[in-house]
Design a protein around this ligand. Sequence first.
Ligand code: SF4
Ligand code: ZN
Length: 300
Amino acid sequence: MKCIRCKKKAVITLKRHNAAFCAECFLHYYRNQVLKNIQKNKMFKKDDKVLVVVSGGKDSMALWDVLVKEGYNVVAMYINLGIGEYSNRSQEVVENFAKKNNLPLIVKNIKEEFGLDIYKLSKTLKRSPCSVCGTIKRYLFNKVAYDNGFSVIATGHNLDDEAATLLGNILNWGESYLARQGPVLPQTHPKLIKKVKPLYTLTEKENMYYVLLNKIEFLHEECPYSVGARSILYKELLNELEEKSPGTKQRFLIGFLEKGKKHFKEVENIELKECKTCGHVTTTEECSFCRLTKVSNTVS
Ligand code: SF4
Ligand code: ZN
């Protein structure tokens, strides 16, 4: 098979685009997709200070690399979640990349800095580890971005992630989630930093090709708490559909963003307050992060 761009021998086929690329032309396609997503959705400009959330996985490593190479003003942030070997290895991967390329990196450690233990908290609160983890991550990324004057937070969510989230939101008819789902979560309060997903049209497989072709080290193993997660089931179901009908995920997600989303409305009149303990934005008297910290003090 020949590369559709330069006619040399193709090494990568993308069934959903009915296309094949050589390595060089694939990277050209990939960069163009990212730049198009950023510009079309007005995510950020070259002079914006962007906080890139990195986990050591292929998606966030690809995002970090492509934004640096395209000359954006980025600083990466990594959170050590205290999940045994998984966290140790992922921190190592992220730190190696920063060191090798001389890039700025902010590292937070939830056990050492805040005394938080995801496993213990999830058992005590009878919540899933991912729900506890999500609360902690959302809070810390936003806090670091706000405290350090970042204008935007960029995450490595890809087409597979977004299509699976959409399927979950539709199956549960989560109207306000559907109204908010998209590549840009705008700033709704001076202390809530805008969030963007520049890779939302690129698949996991394409991010994998990107890191492999660029010889970027990444963590192959998944977080142990992801086993059995509902989102994995949705991804598997969508993969089956994609296999039989290439382009399904893209049609599903992009079709929703262009035609479906406008029919859903966010829940109105949610009063935003400032947490009585830390001052960050919350809908209750005290934010969920501060409440977790208190619970953690009582169980440790
Ligand atoms: Fe956190 Fe769950 Fe993701 Fe693990 S799988 S990093 S616990 S959200
Ligand atoms: Zn608080």
